[in-house]
Design a protein around this ligand. Structure first.
Ligand code: KG4
Ligand code: ZN
Length: 450
């Protein structure tokens, strides 16, 4: 057993097999992600059986690469942390079973981490790394030497792992500010309102550090689809690639966001008070009782509104020919670019895409800032795959400046699923000796912060 506070994190809750080594929740030694996007793309969404199979294939080489890139062996570790839920049962089980076996065989404690807690700690990890860089400890999450292991391992691993996640379509266009945690650095160990916004979740938590652990109070969440799910479904409807978020993000820059006035109606109090069961699996991960309806989200309506617009304006045939030209047709490029997609989109479609994104980001902003104001929170963390979105980052940043509150995002690599966030979230649990039971199993609808 090591003495450096080194935790190996393992993440397999959805369609990324990831492993990372993080020191004391504050320094990423390696972060390796093998994405299954190529496997699921042709189905337009994650196929659970294929996900489990791909995790089984990738888990051993990914963990090995994480240890190698960190320059350590299992003997140097202090603990192994693994995502225990929420997520796909079969996918979670692969990570959990491997983590258990490794921990048992090496006499290491096993720590179970909620995936949503991991996303929150992605921002805290970045903030700690940024703080250390500013304090001149030679550590920077964005430079290459010597401590940019987290960011660099993502790039390095592309050469090692087959099927690694491709960068978002126009990542090269992302500004430097967009790839680094934004805003002035603040101590990572301060209470914050956290918006976890991804393909499976749209949840608001009040995250508070206590002497022994972080605690999370659920403030709001979606009643149906997650925001990322809406991005993915709208992209699929319009004949764009999977996952849809990066495509919509890039194409929205070319449309008029005010062209289609999508509106989010206020969530009705009676739905909330009636205590009806949430309508989708994604929404079942946390209870809705006692939540303020002002902080509840619903993204199924806008998805339907986009569908109606497409039907009303007869855009379906165009979407189908776009899909063929970009992905399924005999002349489709092997790796379609944003420029390829742009050439297949008329102004009306670009306006629709921009307007959809404008409405979704506006709704996320409105409810998050309202919750922050109502709770007196001066610090907001936005995390999860959708937090990679450029429009979201710039609009949240502008609003935070206007309101004089602090907002922070993870780096792009840590916005989507990864294992560094799992290892970082496990550090306070290691200190508190909050270890998993030997019978730890996958909990697909694991809740947090009741
Ligand atoms: O956090 P994540 O990797 O996995 C989950 O925990 O769900 O998030 C994936 C989601 C997908 O729905 C994807 O479309 C969305 O994040 N996403 C984006 C962007 N990049 C990824 N959504 C909007 N803009 C982006 N740039
Ligand atoms: Zn996630």
């Amino acid at each position: 057993m090591g003495t450096r506070g080194l935790i190996l994190g393992i993440e397999s809750s959805c369609d990324e097999t990831a492993a990372a080594v993080v020191e004391r929740g504050a320094r990423t030694l390696s972060s390796v992600v093998a994405s299954q996007i190529a496997t699921h793309a042709r189905y337009g969404g994650v196929v659970p059986e294929l996900a489990s199979r791909e995790h089984l294939r990738a888990i051993v080489p990914v963990v090995r690469a994480a240890l190698d890139q960190a320059g350590i062996t299992l003997a140097d570790l202090d603990a192994i942390a693994v995502t225990s839920g929420p997520g796909l049962a079969g996918a979670l089980l692969v990570g959990i079973t491997y983590a258990k076996a490794l921990a048992f065989a090496n006499g290491l404690p096993l720590i179970a981490v909620n995936h949503l807690e991991g996303h929150i700690h992605a921002v805290l990890l970045n903030e700690r790394e940024q703080d250390q860089a500013l304090k001149g400890t030679g550590f920077s999450p964005d430079n290459q030497q010597p401590n940019a292991a987290g960011a660099k391992a993502h790039a390095d691993s592309a050469g090692i792992m087959r099927g690694l996640k491709p960068p978002p379509p126009s990542e090269s266009n992302f500004s430097a500010a967009c790839s680094a945690p934004e805003g002035n650095p603040r101590p990572a160990d301060e209470s914050a309102l956290a918006l976890v916004v991804s393909g499976g979740h749209t949840h608001l938590y009040l995250a508070r550090p206590t002497a022994s652990a972080w605690t999370y109070k659920l403030i709001g969440r979606t009643l149906d689809d997650a925001a990322g799910e809406a991005y993915d479904k709208v992209a699929k409807l319009l004949g764009l690639g999977y996952p849809g978020g990066p495509w919509i993000d890039a194409l929205a820059l070319h449309g008029n966001a005010r062209a289609v006035p999508f509106a989010f109606s206020q969530i009705k109090t009676k739905v909330h008070l009636a205590g009806k069961a949430p309508r989708t699996k994604a929404a079942r991960t946390a209870p809705i009782a006692n939540l303020d309806p002002r902080f509840l989200f619903s993204f199924s309506g806008i998805k339907t509104a986009v569908l109606r617009y497409v039907e009303l304006h007869n855009l379906r045939p165009e979407a189908e020919s776009r899909r063929q030209a970009l992905f399924t047709g005999p002349d489709a490029p092997a790796h379609p670019t944003v420029e390829d997609a742009l050439a297949q989109c008329d102004p009306q479609t670009l306006d629709l895409i921009a307007s959809f994104q404008y409405a979704v980001v506006g709704d996320l902003m409105k409810k998050t800032f309202a919750a922050a104001e109502s709770l007196g929170a001066r610090r907001i963390l936005v995390t999860g795959g959708v937090a990679a979105n450029r429009s979201l980052r710039s609009r949240f940043t502008a609003e935070a400046t206007r309101r004089n509150v602090h907002v922070a995002f993870p780096t792009l690599a840590l916005s989507t699923d990864n294992a560094a966030m799992i290892a970082a979230a496990a550090w306070p649990k290691l200190q508190a000796k909050d270890f998993a039971e030997p019978n730890l199993s996958a909990n697909p609808s694991l809740a947090m912060g009741r």
